[in-house]
Design a protein around this ligand. Structure first.
Ligand code: MLT
Ligand code: ZN
Length: 473
């Protein structure tokens, strides 16, 4: 509960469209989409513009009111869910959803924090451009959340993560001060780079309210192929060979174990296996044509794959014969998370190791974890070319009790993170730390790293109001 004085001030400031205290209005935003984290909030603020965000944060800092920024509520790590105390204010960016400018000549779009990724894609396409970052949650994930988690997705191979695509940021700092850093400067050496600091800060240093983002030319056409391979090592070998032959035409190269495909076929309606033949591993390849001088994608990818068949790098391939089929292949990839959720408890780990080490890591770590926890099985899929897979440890078949996560699951997670750390990798390649990995970050980071994170946090947010309980151990 907020005290009456604070409730009155926030209500007066934000009006009836921007301030909510009824339990029914709050309930959908107190739980994450995977239903792993259940919190309680005192109220929800939905400011209409940056000056309202400034006023809310100034009040919050002055009164010690915890603020939990929230975009599309699609965090994978409980990063946007309040704790159970019922004291926090959820700050939703949903009403700040304007595209402030769209410049197809300079190739820059300025989007407010609440713009949904799919809407940004549509806006860019309407002027013959693309925003080259996409992921399964594009229908709900917002620009503010994508910036605040340095999101990755399925085009990182060619275009990098959010950090690479952000040209500038506007943000409100915890005391209500405005960081007006939207100008897309190619050169800027005014000391510490606040834009970079706010990217991946998970709302612990302020609220990102808008971002200037890079656009690239729209593609002329694309080809999508589903390929069956024997192992992750063969898959990486194929990627290297295709890249050497085609430059940057390959935008996505997603590794999918047969177990992921089976889960999708079992739980997601209107899906079917792209290949008639069975394979332990599959790859989804997206190949694009950006220049009229190049051959049409379908032709080029077919020739490319045929040229590599004899080298034994893959077993079978199906080229999507229509856009509808291309979408059907992608639907399988983008539904893995949802199919997994429907299947029962699992521990999610989005991990990275050096790219060339990933095939061996997948094989060795799966074997080690499956041996240590009888009955569990590993479902490792995703962005092989980025050295990043979603290394999920699933409860034994038949186990439906969510509490499995709390004991056996937790121990299995620790083992995965120990193996990743020993391999010189990261326990968070793209989803962030949130609530889920905060203890593990503390356990596995050097004292110097933790001390630096805490010092930055304390300097900018001395009262600790911004997204408490997330990221910073
Ligand atoms: C993905 O690549 O599908 C997303 O990062 C979500 C996930 O499945 O963990
Ligand atoms: Zn991913």
């Amino acid at each position: 509960m907020l005290d009456q004085n604070l409730t009155d001030q926030l209500g007066h400031l934000l009006g009836s469209k921007g301030f909510f205290t009824d339990a029914d209005d709050l309930a959908p935003w107190e739980t994450d989409w995977r239903k792993l984290y259940h919190g309680r909030a005192a109220a929800l603020a939905a400011p209409a513009n940056v000056s309202e965000v400034q006023a809310v944060l100034a009040l919050a800092s002055a009164q010690g009111l915890p603020v939990v920024p929230q975009g599309g509520n699609s965090s994978m790590v409980g990063g946007a869910t309040p704790d159970a105390s019922g004291t926090a204010l959820i700050l939703s960016t949903r009403r700040m959803n304007a595209i402030r400018s769209l410049d197809p000549v300079a190739n820059i779009v300025v989007a407010e924090a609440g713009v949904i990724l799919a809407h940004l894609h549509d806006a860019a396409r309407s002027v013959g451009r693309r925003f080259p970052l996409t992921l399964g949650a594009r229908g709900s994930a917002t620009i503010g959340g994508l910036v605040s988690t340095n999101a990755g997705g399925t085009q990182v191979l060619r275009f990098g993560t959010m950090r690479k695509l952000v040209l500038g940021i506007e943000a409100v700092l915890p005391d209500g001060g405005l960081y007006a850093g939207l100008a897309a400067l190619k050169k800027d050496n005014r000391g510490y780079d606040l834009t970079q600091l706010l990217i991946a800060a998970e709302g612990t240093l302020g609220v990102v309210t808008a971002a200037s983002l890079t656009l690239v030319p729209d593609i002329l056409d694309r080809a999508v192929a589903w390929v069956g391979v024997d192992s992750p090592a063969a898959a990486l070998g194929l990627l290297r060979a295709l890249e050497a032959a085609s430059g940057d035409a390959i935008e996505s190269f997603e590794l999918i174990p047969d177990s992921s495909l089976r889960l999708v076929l079992q739980h997601i309606p209107d899906t079917r296996a792209p290949l008639a033949s069975a394979h332990p591993w599959h790859i989804l390849i997206e190949y694009v044509r950006s220049s009229p001088a190049a051959a049409p994608s379908a032709e080029a990818l077919e020739v490319l794959l045929a040229a590599h068949y004899d080298k034994g790098l893959y077993r079978d391939a199906a080229l999507a014969s229509s856009e509808a089929q291309a979408l059907a292949f992608w639907k399988i990839r983008d539904s893995i998370s949802e199919a997994e959720r429907a299947h029962g408890p699992a521990m999610q780990h989005d991990i990275s190791v050096p790219v060339d080490d990933m095939p061996r890591f997948i094989e060795d770590a799966s074997e080690a974890v499956e041996a240590a926890f009888p009955g569990v099985w590993v479902n490792a899929y995703g962005h092989l070319g980025d050295g990043n897979v979603h290394f999920h440890v699933r409860a034994p078949e038949g186990v439906t009790d969510p509490n499995w996560r709390l004991e056996t699951g937790k121990k299995a997670s620790q083992m995965v993170y120990d193996l990743v750390t020993a391999a010189g990798g990261s326990i968070s390649a793209e989803h962030g730390i949130g609530q889920m990995k905060r203890d593990e970050l503390a356990r596995l980071s050097s004292p110097a790293r933790i001390a630096a994170l805490r010092a930055i946090k304390n300097a900018l947010d001395p009262r600790g109001v911004m997204n408490p309980g997330k990221l910073i151990p």
